[in-house]
Design a protein around this ligand. Structure first.
Ligand SMILES: *Cc1c(COP(=O)(O)O)cnc(C)c1O
Length: 567
């Protein structure tokens, strides 16, 4: 046997046995082992895919699964169509045209542009003059209450105090607590105040972040790490209401967490908790509810989600970024409310934006955890870096101490009484607007408010008109409302600046609806079919809503992002 003469004795024996047995018609034992391994691998592979298929069927039902497959196929086919040579150039041309129109609006051509450092630094007065010009560039007037959301307080007294707070801590950075002990103290106190507002139990903990998105990213990261460390989950999944803020989908992309989106059907527009339950499997790391959500201002059934989370022993995040300092005051202000905070035992984390109805300067938010252990799952620690042992609580390294000072100053200067009063005013005005839409003869027949909004956002759709034409009509009158999709709707997020002018908002809305109805009648007389007025919102969402594959919208949006950096 020339080939095997140099093999170790035991192996040689093995080969010989194989040969002998093969000759005798036996199953070769070595082959048997290989076969066995192959079978096991195949079996595991099969198990994995069968399990996935079963999860899918359980989660979405047979019809739901088929519908998803159909939508996927349509998207893929339409994607191929868009990439066909003739079509691609045509689409590119239209996207470029739309973007160049947008550019003339966003980037004024006649302004002096500064594209390199000035050779010599400017005199202070020159800087001041230019800053003044920048601050007063032609813009949608939030100062007069024309903007939905965006600026939540905006009164001069608070702005002045915040600016003073910044000024005292311009150089401060909480990464050096020994150098800036005051900032460390303020940051800890901001978190403590928010924890107390949300009825956190003893042992609860939190961190401050740069905004709601970062708070949500951190809560998702913590849940992912917890599941990995405690349950060995390597293919994490989370279940979101479709109305949950898109920051959760961002977390999915950034942290490789698979997303399941659950419908929030009419008439309540709350997440369908039964469907959430069906989508839970051993890879689930987090359930999510909003209090309230951004699109419709609706608070999900957090009590039911909490029960489900407890039963399945899963973390539940409540997104209170928008609800922030309003929802905790609803009860005391005498408005209808529902349970939403740590008093529900299943709630394990809450995001609350101090820079929304907490009236802090932009760049401030908090994420709260039921336990310190949950918080520690978002920490980053590197014990072996050549730059020294490094530890930071969240995404950022250095952070602006000035913003923390601005936040702390806002919280202590407004105080409980101030937030209660703002809640009365803002939510009170939301109720008035809601009531107006539901009862005014001009509006009630045409507009339909989505669900039962308990806080500051009122979303509505149109029964017969194109709601985006109404949005464009409001824009023409100087208003900036938010366009929504699935279903087509718009919303107003009430703020203190809007409280003062809500009656004008209501009157303008009536006028715009009346004008659109008039146009519609004229179209009908001429026998034309329903057609949008072709304003910006109508054009964008007309395209976005009708396409099975939204890659054109993605191209447009990327072009828009590029424009943000067009100097
Ligand atoms: C605003 C908002 C967020 C995100 O907050 P940013 O501060 O914009 O990052 C998250 N959830 C809801 C419900 C919000 O309204």
């Amino acid at each position: 046997m020339p080939g095997t003469s140099r093999l170790p004795v035991s192996l040689r024996e093995g080969f010989n046995t194989v040969r002998r047995r093969s000759r005798a018609g036996w199953d070769p034992s070595l082959m048997l082992n290989l076969d066995l391994i192959r079978n096991i691998v195949f079996f595991l592979f099969l198990l994995r895919w069968t399990r996935r298929a079963l999860w899918k069927l359980k989660g979405r039902g047979l019809l739901g699964t088929l519908a998803e497959l159909y939508a996927d196929a349509r998207r893929a086919l339409y994607g191929l169509f868009l990439r066909m040579p003739g079509v691609r150039t045509q689409v590119r041309k239209q996207v470029d045209e739309a973007l160049s129109k947008l550019q003339t609006k966003m980037v004024p051509a006649n302004a002096t542009r500064y594209l390199t450092l000035p050779k010599e630094g400017w005199a202070e007065d020159a800087v001041r003059k230019e800053l003044e010009a920048l601050a007063t560039m032609d813009h949608t007037r939030w100062e007069d209450g024309y903007v939905s959301g965006a600026v939540y307080h905006g009164e001069d007294d608070l702005l002045k105090l915040q600016t003073e707070a910044y000024g005292k801590f311009t150089v401060a950075n909480p990464i050096h607590p020994d150098v800036f002990p005051g900032v460390r103290k303020m940051e800890a106190e901001v978190v403590a105040m928010v924890l107390s507002l949300f009825n956190a139990p003893p042992g609860a903990a939190g961190v401050s972040t740069s905004g709601g998105t970062e708070s949500i990213l951190m809560a998702c990261l913590s849940a992912r790490q917890k599941a990995y460390v405690e349950r060995g989950v390597t293919e994490p999944e989370m279940i979101l209401p479709e109305t949950a803020h898109t920051a959760f989908r961002k977390a999915g992309e950034y942290f490789k967490i698979k997303i399941h989106v659950v419908a929030c059907p009419a008439p309540s527009y709350q997440v369908d908790v039964k469907r959430v339950a069906r989508l839970i499997n051993s890879n689930t790391i987090l359930l999510v509810g909003s209090a309230p959500n951004f699109p419709h201002g609706i608070i999900d059934d957090i009590s039911a989600l909490s029960k489900l989370a407890l039963k399945k022993r899963l973390p539940l995040h409540v997104d209170c970024c928008l609800g922030s300092f309003l929802v905790p005051f609803l009860d005391k202000a005498g408005f209808e409310t529902v349970p939403f905070d740590f008093r529900l035992k299943g709630v394990t984390s809450i995001s609350c934006d101090t820079h929304k109805y907490g009236f802090a300067p932009k760049g401030n938010s908090t994420v709260l955890y039921r336990t310190q252990a949950l918080r520690a799952y978002q920490y980053f620690v590197d014990p072996s870096w050549s730059g020294g042992v490094y530890a930071s609580p969240g995404m950022a390294g250095s952070r602006p101490g000035a913003l923390i000072a601005g936040c702390w100053a806002s919280l202590v200067s407004v105080g409980e009484a101030g937030y209660l009063e703002s809640c009365k005013q803002i939510v009170g005005t939301a109720k008035k607007l809601l009531n107006h839409i539901n009862t005014s003869p001009a509006l009630s027949a045409e507009l339909e408010v989505l669900g039962n909004p308990l806080v500051s956002v009122i979303a509505f759709r149109s029964r017969n008109l194109n709601i985006y034409d109404i949005a464009d009509g409001m824009t023409a009158r100087g208003w900036h409302l938010n366009a929504l999709q699935n279903p087509p709707a718009i919303h107003v997020a009430l703020t203190l600046p809007i409280v003062k002018v809500w009656e004008r908002l209501a009157a303008d809305l009536e006028a715009v609806v009346e004008a659109e109805r008039e146009k519609e009648r004229a179209r009908l007389v001429e026998g034309k079919k329903v057609q949008s007025g072709g304003g910006d919102t109508a054009a964008l969402y007309g395209v976005a809503g009708s396409l099975p594959n939204k890659s054109v919208v993605v191209d447009m949006a990327k072009g828009f992002l590029d424009l943000l950096y067009k100097a």
